[in-house]
Design a protein around this ligand. Sequence first.
Ligand SMILES: [Zn+2]
Length: 438
Amino acid sequence: MPETLLDLLIVPTWLVPVEPAGVVLSEHALGVRDGLIAWLGPRHQAPSAHQVQELPGCLLAPGLVNAHGHAAMTLFRGMADDLPLMTWLEKHIWPAEARWVDQAFVATGTQLAIAEQLKGGITCFSDMYFHPQVACEQVERSGMRAQICAPILDFPIPGAATPEEALSQAVALVDSHRQHSRLSIAFGPHAPYTVSDPHLEQVRMLAEQLQVAVQMHVHETAFEVEQAVAATGERPLARLARLGLLGPRFQAVHMTQVSDDDLQQLVAYNASVVHCPESNLKLASGFCPVERLWQAGVNVAIGTDGAASNNDLDLLGETRTAALLAKAVAGSATAMGAHRALRMATLNGARALGSAPCIGSLEVGKAADITAFDLSGLAQQPVYDPVSQLIYASGRDCVRHVWVAGKALLRDGQLTTLDEPALVASARAFGERIAAAR
Ligand SMILES: [Zn+2]
């Protein structure tokens, strides 16, 4: 057997590598070997492969990266809708979490989230939820890729009676996943208003020592910023800068409030912003000025947030919303074009999670995390620019195949590592139990 033999050669109608930016290749193919992208070039020059997969009418792109969410909250989907953030959290979500969230809840909820995300073309997600070791086990079993953020709050949480316990669990998780090829662990201090300075200082020290990322909800609403300024005279982002939290491994989720000083700080520290437009719209939290951040050179990724505030984990739909909203907020139809939107949902997500050397674009040497979108449907015709068609005219039902590290986790729309009917049944059973107790 010649050494160059590929495991798999994928031959789509269009291939969008995302890097270089704005390129659409036709008559090209991509080769996978040992879980990596081993070859990419004109199809007539392709080396031989054990398996050749012809995908007429399909666009091959990097797998989508959902840079912020709370996976197990899928089991609270639709439980408390149409409420402002603090009422939603204090009166509904936090009491429900205190009552229902245990390891079994997190296992089922995370599985449900993984299944939904794979079916929607997502190959990597970031999660911030209780019992993070359970989420790690589910990611491990499913074959998906993830950043699991260990949650830190000042008060007791499911699985950790004190912030100190949560921190030591986070350190243990980092240690036990140090060599994992698909899982990375980050610290997830919840928000400036739920984590005090001493605990944030501990997070900073440990994250620095262990060289891991920190993801945090920051400036989600104007109210959050106003309250902090009224109480201390300091904006939350400025406080995080003073505490030494900001840096290239800092992921600021939401950022609907961005002053000129905030912008300067994000640029100076090279921190990433994770934009969650549909959650911000649904909770009337505000609008992240994506175009302004982008023009200033800030890395902006995109996330769905949890299914309880969205209410789906549809990153393709989220990207469409982001592209449309960016234009409205910037007052410019040229803001956030389709190609840039796809970049935000792939390579920028990978950059935010510190995984850009490994994923986020279709380049030789990167992991074979790939999604095939079928653009042959009636509502997608004719196809002038396949990326425009993907972002503006396609829903996630067009996702046909998904590979993570070269392994097919979705084949012809069917999950290969998760039992969909069994998952639907157990999610429904959780829902019935929760609804009956309300
Ligand atoms: Zn969130």
